[in-house]
Design a protein around this ligand. Structure first.
Ligand code: S5P
Length: 471
């Protein structure tokens, strides 16, 4: 294998799939080495050889039922592997078709089948993770990814923390070493790359490095890590009620909302509403809801998803019919307009003495959401800018700060999606991928036995949390 890898490294160098100099990566970071493996399609013999060596990373071909290459470079490689191994292939569309079947994954498969992902170069690991998320949404199992080059910039740990073992033919340093032995690069180039890896602060790497800390810490120690009283109370509530359940009550009648608050209040930590869908709003309703919250010890979240310039947001928060700032313990906001939105919310609280918190919506659960990994990264820096922000609404464990809370919607026991783009994961999956609190809406509100169902979610989520901190 070593000899073969050396020959492969030489071939890739000779066809200029590897370049050395001063380049900038896709995410805007400087790099002394650049890979353009797309050129292999012009060299079928090398492509065939490379595919064969890559497939030798599998222990036995029977462990996989499907192969999925990440577009575009890995697609022909996955095709060759599929032909040689006689294992069928899947293609993940970048966007679901807007006509016909609206499928995101092309190819025939059964739920529960094991799919391996093939990729050319891994930096942060986000492309593989996005592919895996879509495959998992369709019920496929994804536990391994085979890649040609691992740039050693956090991808391996991101994937590992999402249940995917990455196997690579070369790490960046191994490749440099081989090229040096072949006389293709100077010792100075090797040194440059080595320094680069050591000093390279890929945002993802920084974010992922200690993410295990957050996932391993229990809620009572995390209560001490935050300065925000709402976050601290939330951690204590989770611990005391043994519940990480946020109930999304997307109902339009106040009596129905209160009825659910009274029934499920003892088992939840947050009751989340959308006040603008309520048809018979009154100040009396707010009083009843606050009384229920006090009686059953839960927090009220208004899922307003503020997203305008600071001045407008401050008025939307404080004024109008709803006067949200006066009664909602927690609100949600989109960081799309920049940090001004958060400053607007801070201003809207002028004169309010009760503690308040914000969750920033950084990564949405719906299919085709525009909240890509770069957006998530920028959102995290906004999250760190204000003490009012108590956590992030997101789908993956993209941050490590134990003071921040990951709130994850899109949770349901059975269905995988609805008709309007919502995507669901199981309680176990979301906790494993970082959720501290899970948002469950129709999974409970549409159940014929709401109490029993809520208890099932609560139990499953709590067990998954206990497993996470003890594993
Ligand atoms: O990305 C998101 C963010 C939010 S806050 N995806 C979501 O679904 N939500 C909210 O969570 C959404 O507005 C709804 O209130 C709830 C999910 O409801 P369900 O019925 O699909 O569980």
């Amino acid at each position: 294998m070593d000899g073969e890898l050396k020959k492969l490294a030489e071939a890739l160098f000779d066809i200029e799939a590897l370049k050395f100099g001063n380049f900038v990566t896709k995410v805007g970071l400087p790099t002394p080495v650049y890979f353009d493996l797309r050129v292999i399609i012009s060299h079928p013999k090398i492509m065939q050889k490379l595919s064969k060596i890559l497939w030798s990373l599998s222990n036995e071909s029977s462990e996989f039922n499907q192969i999925c290459g990440v577009p575009y470079t890995a697609l022909p490689i996955a095709t060759i592997i599929s032909m040689e191994s006689n294992i069928p292939m899947l293609i993940r569309r970048k966007e679901a078709k807007s006509y016909g079947t609206k499928k995101l994954i092309e190819g025939k498969f059964k739920s529960g089948e094991n799919c391996v992902i093939i990729e050319d170069v891994v930096t942060s690991g986000s492309s593989i993770l996005e592919t895996a998320n879509d495959l998992r949404t369709e019920g496929l199992k994804v536990t391994q990814a085979f890649v040609i080059i691992d740039r050693e910039q956090g991808g391996r740990s991101l994937l590992k923390s999402n249940g995917i073992k990455m196997k690579s033919l070369f790490t960046l340093m191994q490749l440099m070493q081989l090229l040096f032995e072949l006389g293709k690069v100077s010792s100075e180039a090797v040194q440059n790359v080595s320094e680069y890896i050591k000093n390279c602060h890929s945002p993802i790497k920084e974010l992922q490095e200690n993410c295990q800390d957050r996932l391993k810490m229990n809620f009572s120690s995390r209560a001490k890590a935050t300065n925000n009283p709402v976050a601290s109370r939330l951690f204590q509530l989770m611990d005391a009620k043994k519940s990480t359940l946020c109930l999304a009550v997307d109902l339009t009648k106040t009596d129905c909302i209160i009825e659910l608050a009274e029934l499920l209040g003892p088992h939840i930590v947050i009751l989340k509403i959308h006040i603008d869908i309520v048809q018979d709003f009154s100040e009396e309703f707010i009083k009843r809801l606050r009384d229920s919250a006090e009686k059953h010890n839960f927090l009220i979240m208004e899922d307003r998803k503020f997203g305008d310039i600071g001045h407008t947001v401050s008025l939307q928060y404080r004024k109008g019919v709803y006067k949200i700032a006066e009664w909602a313990d927690i609100v949600t906001a989109h960081p799309v307009a920049g940090p001004g939105t958060v400053s607007g919310l801070v201003e809207g609280l002028d004169g309010i003495s009760e503690p308040r918190g914000i969750f920033l919506v950084t990564e949405m659960s719906s299919r085709g959401a525009l909240t890509t990994s770069n957006y998530v990264k920028s959102s995290i820096s906004i999250a760190k800018s204000s003490n009012l922000i108590i956590g992030l609404v997101c789908q993956s464990n993209a941050f490590n700060d134990p003071a921040l809370i990951q709130l994850t919607p899109g949770v349901k026991l059975v269905e995988k999606s609805d008709d309007l783009g919502q995507q669901y994961n199981s309680p176990e999956f979301v906790v494993q991928t970082g959720a501290d609190i899970a948002v469950v809406g129709r999974g409970i509100t549409e159940s014929s036995n709401k109490l029993l169902t809520a208890l099932q979610y609560k139990e499953k989520l709590w067990m998954a949390y206990q497993k996470r901190i003890s594993d």
